[in-house]
Design a protein. Structure first.
Lengths: 787, 289
């Protein structure tokens, strides 16, 4: 080992505390980056191979009832390679041991047991056998949630008749990588199961022989998706189609794509935050080392070491730290990626979702870290390179101080000497002080960023499920039910309140923009399913016009008073021009609402209902369930509290895991910044502090000067951190804004407080470590050494 | 007027005469240089007059060098027109009070700094015409430095400090041999913090001579030491000068040290105020201050 390298190693050993702090910051950034990129690769590859190997369709459509004779015409659409038709029905499901009803989606499988598109992967048990009626295969997520084994049975209610189904296998399919019911914002693995069943059974049960109600297309290379969709729509429209859509509108695909997008976002934001902090820390540490080693640099140069040898020496010091950080971060990232991939198994069902080492990501991490480290320290290293040896031989001139602005406006003597020293120190190095404050503020903001989502979701749940929607159950009917059904519903024992609604599929056009949505007809003053404005005020449903939720209005570019074209996609498909009369605040989906009577008029129908909202006495809830299950017309029952519960169990738990990582990261940043700033102040001021001790100041008084600076920084940093955190949270929410859901920007006071407390604790901890060094300050030797 | 090195060449007189000689070697006689504000002696150049002593190789030749520093808002004139020559193998003491410009002069000779005006030659090489990297090469190949505050690398042991230099030298001596020359072989594995000031300075001397430099430049080598240790350090320097024949320049404010030199050049206020040749120099251990 060259002796210059030996010096490097010993210098690093001497500053190991600072080095560890910086390595940790880099590791946090690199770790998050590597984790995101590895998880991205796993998820993306898992998705692609699953889609390819199990022939995930490109275009999807459903209709009421299409004759099989349509199939050849669909096949003739230019660009269509494969056509798969089937029957899909949602029915009520009776799960043993669960009082509330669940929803089963029954999907037909040809008698041969082989589908052409959206194939299933058998993860357990076996596939349906030809001719074996009464058998189903079930989505793995549902089976696992209930602990079902192949051979177990469930009963479904098909057209009012209870039917026993034997589950012979667990399956996965690219169509339901995430198991989420349309219209629901959240996955529910317990109350929504997907079952594949012999088509002959569905044909018989729903009287659909020679017909289909769902079609999937695989397109050839270079096919124009939009044109295929338009032609398919033309073919299916007479048969009650509510419009075809491509993968981008397919729910499961959307969720997986959103997740991939979020991983990319994380892989971008994390390195920016952490590597900036690391670059700053490296800058202050290396600047300090270089100014401390002025005379060593002078000696090296005097003996003929070239400027670049000296420069490389300090650059190597930087690189050792950054490379160590990269290595630690990469290993940490792998570990997190393994865990994240495991966590994904709970939400995303792929046959293979293996942790992948993303070599490119590791190389990128190395490159980015090196870049940040070199950029961060370049000025300091350049100073070492250009330091004229003769000048370096002389000690640095004493820094120039002057009375500060604060002092000019305060009468002399009002500030104690300690405070004056603190303020002068800060004013003398305004940039370093500001960046230190910024660094601590970033720690605060990382905590806010990692914690606010829980606030937002709590607000969302409270707004959507408690303030807006006050029903306990939402019942949908297989076919529109007559008004007498409503009386029956309200008369059920235990039902306290009930409201009916009418829902139809429609296309809403405004200028050149259009969207396929569901329009819900509501009573004029709904008490259970309420629509709220942004300031949580209930909206009275006007007799005329249409109400759009804010996302739909944004997508269509409409404002209050605009007239939009409403094309109903069901029955006689009437078209009407309607005025936008309200904008509704909602966080899920894109929805439109009208007065129920107006909708009936538009559809030229009597008072029928697509579903009902019920408020139920909790003591009678099981009776209500039983009653609903025995009704032939009931298609699904969704239980609000169960949805919230299931959401909290899954999402919230994972959010807590993420939150603890964020706390760790923020603490790493806070400690890194505070500890390094304090250490450097100590090193810069140790002579002054020792002098003060010698002339009679107590240890506490001396500590006050040093720790006072850090305390002041922290106090200034906290509100700044709140602002940055709030801003970053707003940015993040912007990135999460999709048609499926929006997250409101809500940061609660407790989150602000929490972020502040964690950073104060980190500051306190760092201060404690530095304080111990002050106590150990060897007065004599500090004064004797030449600075 | 004391005789100086130049009188050996038949030129009696002060630095001005010397300087004049350098500028006008072919001219007999000189004119006064009133700019220096000191009475000027004229002299005669007669190359034949130097036949008595063998001609000595001139290692350094500085001509009319001035150095102005910008210190905040004031200009500091560290050197105001200094001319001198240093010869092979000689032991020169540059004597002056603090602020006399002696460190600046040493730094310029050592290629650490460049004068604002004037020229400096090292043998045939014009240091004042060299760029940064040429100066670095010059220092690497030819110069050994000893500093007042030792400037050892605290994270390296005595031996490693010496090796740091032998690693980049062309034909260095064995680091242990260098430490042996300063009688510190048995302390080779100690870190600077474990050595006394005198020992640290001797390590610094070993480090300076380990590359077998042509010149050894010492800036107040005893400045931070007490008398006894200072003498040990000076003995080491004298031995190097004697045994290796290294041209040695020691700057000091301590007039007592001047007695061990071949030649003493006094500086004050940025100018040479006198040059004195010791007829009989004494050894370091006879020094008293």
């Amino acid at each position: 080992m060259r002796n210059l390298d030996r010096k490097l190693v010993r210098d690093l050993t001497r500053m190991k505390g600072q080095m560890i702090a910086i390595v940790m910051v880099i590791a946090a950034g690199v770790g998050t980056f590597v984790m995101s990129m590895c998880a991205y690769a796993s998820l993306s590859d898992g998705k692609q191979s699953f889609y390819r190997d199990f022939r995930f369709a490109d275009v999807f459509a459903s209709a009421r009832r299409c004759p099989d004779s349509l199939i050849p015409r669909i096949r003739e659409i230019p660009g269509v390679a494969t056509v798969e038709t089937r029957l899909v029905y949602n029915v009520l499901l009776n799960v043993p041991g669960m009082t509330e009803p669940a929803t089963a989606r029954l999907i037909s499988v040809p008698d041969s047991g082989e589908t052409e598109l959206n194939n299933v992967y058998i993860s357990r048990g076996r596939m349906l056998e030809p001719g074996n009626l009464g058998e189903v295969v079930v989505s793995e997520m549902f089976a696992e949630a209930h602990g079902f084994n192949p051979g177990d049975s469930v009963s479904v209610i098909i057209n009012g008749r209870l039917r026993e189904l034997k589950m012979v296998g667990n399956v996965l399919t690219p169509e339901y990588v995430i198991q989420i019911q349309g219209g629901s914002m959240l996955p529910d693995k317990k109350r929504f199961g997907i079952f594949w069943i012999n088509e002959r059974e569905l044909e018989a049960a729903f009287d659909m022989s020679g017909a289909f109600n769902s079609v999937s297309l695989k397109l050839g290379h270079g096919a124009n998706v939009q044109e295929v969709i338009e032609q398919l729509d033309q073919l299916l429209e007479p048969y009650g189609s509510i419009g075809a859509f491509d993968r981008s509108q397919q729910l499961s695909h959307q969720y997986v794509t959103d997740e991939l997008f979020q991983l990319k976002t994380m892989a971008t934001i994390a390195p920016i935050i952490f590597l900036s902090v690391a670059a700053f820390l490296l800058n202050i540490v290396v600047s300090r080392i270089i100014s401390q080693q002025r005379e060593q640099i002078a000696a090296l140069k005097a003996f003929g070491y070239t400027n670049y040898e000296v420069g490389f020496h300090y650059l190597n010091l930087v690189l050792v730290i950054s490379v160590t950080g990269t290595i630690v971060g990469t290993l940490f990232g792998f570990w997190m990626a393994v865990n994240l991939t495991e966590m994904y198994q709970e939400f995303y069902k792929f046959p293979q979702l293996a942790f992948q080492v993303n070599t490119a990501a590791v190389l990128w991490a190395l490159l980015l870290t090196t870049f940040a480290a070199v950029v961060g320290t370049w000025l300091a290293v350049r100073k070492a390179i250009h330091l004229p040896p003769a000048e370096a031989m002389r000690p640095e001139p004493p820094p120039s101080y002057r009375p500060t602005i604060v002092e000019r406006y305060l009468p002399a003597g009002m500030l104690p000497a300690e405070l004056r020293m603190i303020i002068r120190n800060i004013e003398r190095k305004p940039i370093k002080s500001f960046v230190s404050i910024l660094g601590i503020a970033v720690a605060v903001s990382v905590l806010i960023l990692g914690s606010f989502s829980l606030d937002s979701l709590n607000y969302l749940i409270n707004f959507q499920f408690r303030k807006a929607q006050r029903q306990d159950l939402t019942v949908t009917f297989v076919e529109p039910a007559t008004s007498s059904v409503m009386y029956e519903m309200s008369g059920l024992p235990g039902v306290l309140e009930s409201e009916t609604m009418r829902a139809v599929a429609a296309r809403i056009r405004f200028q050149h923009r259009s969207r396929r949505v569901g329009i819900m007809g509501l009573e004029s003053e709904p008490q259970l399913f309420r629509l709220l404005t942004e300031d949580e005020q209930p909206i009275r449903v006007p007799q005329h016009g249409i109400m759009l939720n804010s996302k739909l209005a944004e997508l269509l570019g409409t404002r209050l008073g605009d007239r939009v074209t409403v094309e109903i996609l069901e029955d006689k498909q009437p078209v009407a021009q309607v005025e936008v009369t309200s904008i509704v605040n909602e966080f899920g989906g894109i929805n439109a609402y009208m007065d129920k009577l107006q909708l009936h008029k538009l559809l030229k129908e009597s008072q029928v209902a697509s579903g009902a909202f019920l408020r139920v006495d909790p003591n009678y809830i099981e009776d209500v369930f039983q009653n609903l299950e025995s009704r032939p017309g009931v298609g699904s029952v969704s239980i609000k509290n169960a949805t919230i519960q299931s959401f909290k169990e899954t999402i919230a738990e994972n959010m807590l895991t993420m939150r603890s990582f964020n706390i760790l990261f923020a603490a790493v940043i806070a400690i890194g910044v505070v500890y390094n700033s304090a250490r450097i102040s100590l090193s810069e001021q140790s002579r002054d502090l020792a002098t003060m001790r010698v002339i009679g100041f107590t240890r506490t008084e001396v500590s006050t000067i040093l720790l006072g600076e850090i305390t002041l920084f922290t106090i200034l940093a906290i509100p700044l951190g709140w602002l940055i955190g709030y801003g970053l949270a707003a940015l993040m929410i912007l990135g999460l804004d999709t048609e499926n859901y929006r997250i409101p920007l809500v940061v609660s006071r407790s989150t602000f407080a929490f972020a502040s407390v964690v950073v104060v604790l980190a500051t306190f901890f760092s201060a404690l470590v530095v304080q111990r060094r002050i106590s150990k300050l060897d007065l004599v030797s500090v004064l004797k050494t030449r600075e | 007027m004391t005789s100086d090195g130049i009188s050996n060449n038949g030129l009696a007189g002060s630095r001005f005469a010397m300087e004049y000689r350098l500028n006008h070697l072919d001219v007999v006689g000189s004119t006064s240089q009133s700019t220096f504000g000191i009475p000027v002696q004229t002299g005669f150049i007669d190359k034949n007059m130097s036949t008595e002593n063998p001609p000595r190789t001139t290692v350094f030749r500085a001509v009319d060098i001035a150095k102005i520093y910008q210190m905040g808002e004031v200009n500091v004139h560290a050197l105001r027109g200094v001319s001198l020559e240093l010869y092979e193998h000689e032991f020169v003491v540059l004597l002056g009070a603090s602020g006399s410009g002696k460190s600046t002069l040493l730094n310029i000779l050592g290629g650490l700094d460049v004068p604002t005006t004037g020229t400096v030659h090292y043998l045939d090489r014009e240091l004042t015409a060299s760029d940064e990297s040429a100066l670095t090469r010059y220092r690497r190949e030819n110069v050994g430095f000893v500093f007042q505050f030792y400037n050892l690398i605290p994270s390296l042991t005595a031996r490693e400090n010496v090796e740091l230099i032998t690693e980049i030298a062309r034909d260095p001596m064995d680091p242990m041999a260098a430490l042996d020359l300063v009688k510190l072989k048995d302390r080779a594995n100690h870190f600077p913090a474990q050595l006394s000031g005198g020992e640290q300075q001797r390590v610094a001397i070993a480090r300076a001579i380990a590359k077998k430099p042509k010149v050894l430049l010492c800036d107040e080598p005893t400045g931070a030491l007490d008398v006894e240790t200072g003498i040990v350090v000076l003995e080491a320097i004298a031995r190097i000068n004697h045994e290796l024949g290294t041209t040695t320049a020691v700057i000091t404010h301590n007039a007592a040290i001047a007695r061990m030199a071949d030649r003493v050049i006094s500086l004050s206020n940025g100018q040479i105020s006198g040059v004195h040749e010791n007829a009989s120099k004494i050894s370091a251990n006879e020094l008293e201050w």
